[in-house]
Design a binder for this molecule. Structure first.
Ligand code: SF4
Length: 742
């Protein structure tokens, strides 16, 4: 019997824990935390320990499938992966010949390790219509930071004295490594400020907890800036020497008093004032990334307020503050691998959505290029792939209407597209109108069910992974392949190479992913073999205040409180309050028709986003059998809902989804929490009413979300997932049993 232990990287969520996988006779026996891991020691959650259940699940795709009936009819022919790739490439050639390369789009999701490879393929193809789920969170956080101080910050949890959590609640079963870092900091005595519409797992231990209305984050953040300036709590020396636009900022912030913010957020003015003081005077302080600010039609201004707070309090690039770490010198970056320079200026201009939402598009990547190159040596700095993305809703519209031109093909990799962006109906209408939809996944997701070709993917246990934190921090590690994938499953990275070779890109692709890794590791004098079996990881010593030698990576070389990039693009160069699209201030009439407010987009404990195999795995699904809507008991009482009752949540779109009531005093009486990404894999293929596309329309939050421009952030096109009006009512036919047979 052979037995070995592999150092693997879990890619189930964005933490990417380093884990120990014990393999016996080619099969996974256990997955455990790795106490010796240099980056994420002892970090693991139930999604990681159960990962082997995904690859051995009976629903796991092991062969390529070709649609033979009507789209979505569920009729498939099993073919070889090679044949599928050949046919897909031929179809793409035909579409490109007819409508140009921009008629091809692509999107991918978290569990893929091939984001840079997909962008390389698209750049070489000549299509600017590349996007990914980072458009909805994470990646859309980066550009406001780059515009303000030239890099995306990373919190120094190990030395900080104050942590601010904006609705962000890492726990033992979600974002585990970050949970452990925060726990250590709190054990050391760091202060904690928490803001959230509901009491979360940190509220009780917080020094200050602001219970706010959903989607009002920028109001209290602007008030914090007001207090910090008015009370002269800012770092005067830093502001004087290293920022521009402070006077304009101070003038703009005068109107945003804590009393003003209290009216909007519902949090007491004195608590807003006290939290501003605590943040400014208990430094070094950090405000870690969390998804909440990314989910609003005023996201960009919220994110700008955050960057300004970090800057004027002197927390940039100091121990215990917000590190601007730059690139690892020993590994070529993701954005270099993407070959962004190969996409021509003419093709860049065709990026869908760039006419309205410029900040996350090619136009901004070009504008930030010179300063990024000067300071960081990278012209096309796509940290966390956060730049030059096509706007998803504009892609669905181009598929559906042909405006401004037809998008005729989409390659969707490890991304349940129908359920990963807002407005499932819009996405569905677009995808159904495609000439070619290719889905690569581990399971027949709802999106796969309407594809022309389904390609069987590999799981992270089955592939090597050179992981460099998407150029966010200068760290890289080598995750070993633990077991062999089924023969016909295609490595995520190889999909792009294989298609590229068939479409004339052969000379631009390494022969294998390991060859590509060797090439990228050359500056380190390492091979992939040596990294993955001996060195494991590399993290150079952290240095601070690098800007004193290089300046900041902005056009002025300083922190741009007044952003020249924003001004050049025609956007407000200073942050301001923008009323959410469905607030009861903007639309008071909604108080009568849709009296409650809902928010969604939160991470769940047992699966990441819409990950189907998590919901198919008994060990996980038994912990959360149904999608639950958190609602206050008083509100539930008024609606005649008891704990466990099924209820409809209906948005102003007129669409509704069915969720189980979860009565909880932790939420505000006017606020309902809707879970993210639900579908029911167990109903796949069923003819029961409502079971189409694995009952996608029954409980998916995307069904009731909007994606029209009114609901998009005007700078980046970010979508409003929070603070939306709804009504809740009991399911007419009474309380249903569980929808899942455990
Ligand atoms: S937190 Fe859990 S799911 Fe995320 S990488 Fe770690 S083990 Fe995997």
């Amino acid at each position: 019997m052979s037995k070995e232990t592999k150092w693997a990287i879990c890619s189930t969520c964005d933490i990417n824990c380093g884990l120990l996988v014990t393999v016996e006779d080619g099969k996974v026996k256990s997955i455990k935390k790795n106490p010796d891991h240099p980056l994420t020691p002892n970090s693991i959650c139930v999604k990681g320990t159960n990962a082997n259940k995904y690859i051995t699940h009976p629903d796991r795709l092991t062969h390529a499938l070709k649609r033979v009936g009507e789209r979505g009819s569920g009729q498939w022919e099993q073919i070889s992966t090679k044949q599928a790739l050949d046919e897909i490439a031929e179809k793409m050639k035909q579409l490109i010949a007819e409508d140009g390369p921009e008629t091809i789009g692509s999107t991918y999701g978290w569990s893929s390790n091939a984001g840079a490879a997909s962008r390389r393929f698209m750049n070489l193809l000549g299509s600017p219509n590349w996007t990914w789920t980072g458009y909805v969170c994470l990646a859309n956080s980066t550009v406001p930071s780059k515009a303000t101080y030239g890099f995306w910050q990373f919190p120094d949890f190990h030395n900080t004295k104050c942590i601010v959590l904006l609705g962000h609640a890492p726990g033992p079963q979600r974002w585990t490594a970050e949970y452990l870092w925060i726990k250590d900091a709190l054990d050391r005595g760091a202060k904690l400020i928490v803001t959230d519409p509901r009491r979360n797992s940190y509220s009780d231990q917080a020094d200050i907890f602001l219970q706010i209305k959903p989607a009002t984050d920028s109001a209290y953040l602007l008030a914090w800036i007001n207090v910090i300036i008015e009370e002269e709590l800012y770092d005067k020396e830093f502001v004087e020497k290293w920022t521009i636009g402070f006077e304009q900022l101070a003038e703009r912030m005068k109107e945003y008093t804590p009393e003003w913010a209290s009216e909007i957020t519902g949090a007491p003015a004195n608590k807003i004032r006290d939290s501003a003081r605590m943040y400014a005077t208990t430094g070094p302080a950090v405000i870690p990334w969390g998804a909440v600010p990314d989910h609003h039609a005023n996201s960009t201004q919220t994110l700008r307020a955050l960057t300004i707070l970090r800057s004027i309090t002197g927390n940039l690039d100091v121990p215990g503050g917000e590190l601007l770490m730059g690139y690892h010198p020993e590994i070529s970056s993701d954005d270099e691998f993407e070959l962004n320079e190969r996409l021509s200026p003419e093709q860049r201009k065709k990026q869908l959505g760039m006419d309205r939402f410029k900040l996350l598009s090619w136009e901004t990547l070009e504008k930030t290029g010179p300063a990024m190159e000067k300071v960081w040596g990278k012209k096309y700095s796509n940290q966390v792939s956060g730049g030059a993305m096509a706007h998803p809703a504009s892609m669905w519209e181009a598929m559906k209407t042909g405006k401004p031109y037809r998008l005729r093909a989409l390659i969707s990799q490890c991304n349940n597209t129908l359920n990963s962006y807002p407005n499932t109906t819009h996405i569905y209408e677009g995808l159904m109108n495609l000439d070619l939809l290719v889905v690569m996944d581990l399971i027949k997701s709802p999106t796969a069910q309407i594809a022309d070709y389904i390609l069987p993917a590999t799981h992270w246990l089955e592939r090597p992974n050179l992981f460099n934190y998407w150029d966010w921090i200068p760290v890289y590690q080598g995750g070993q392949q633990s077991v062999q994938a089924p023969e016909e499953c295609l490595h995520d990275w190889m999909l792009w190479r294989e298609l590229g070779v068939r479409l004339g890109q052969e000379k631009d692709w390494p022969a294998s992913m390991e060859d590509a890794y060797d090439e990228r590791l050359k500056p380190a004098g390492l091979t992939w073999e040596k990294l993955s079996t001996q060195e494991r990881a590399s993290a150079p010593e952290i240095t601070f205040k690098k800007y004193q030698q290089t300046g900041f990576g902005t056009p002025s070389g300083k922190v741009e409180l007044y952003s020249s990039i924003f001004e050049e693009l025609g956007y407000d160069p200073l942050p301001s309050w923008i009323e959410p699209p469905e607030s009861h201030v903007r639309k008071p009439e909604l108080a009568k028709t849709h009296p409650l407010t809902f928010f969604t987009g939160m991470r769940e404990n047992y699966w990441f986003h819409s990950f189907g195999l998590g919901r198919s795995t008994k060990e996980l699904r038994s912990r959360e059998p149904d999608p639950r809507m958190q609602i206050h008991p008083d509100t539930a009482y008024d609606l005649d809902l008891s704990d466990g009752d099924w209820a409809w949540v209906e948005s102003t779109s007129g669409k509704r989804i069915k969720l189980r009531s979860w009565l909880s005093n932790d939420t505000h009486p006017n606020v309902v929490r809707v879970p993210h990404g639900w579908w029911y894999p167990e109903t796949t293929g069923s003819d029961e009413p409502g079971a189409a596309l694995s009952s996608l329309w029954k409980s998916a939050d995307a069904v009731i979300l909007h994606d029209s421009d009114e609901y998009c952030d005007k700078e980046q096109g970010n979508f409003q997932l929070r603070g939306l009006a709804c009504k809740v009512y009991k399911v007419e036919d009474g309380t249903e049993g569980t929808s899942y047979a455990i």
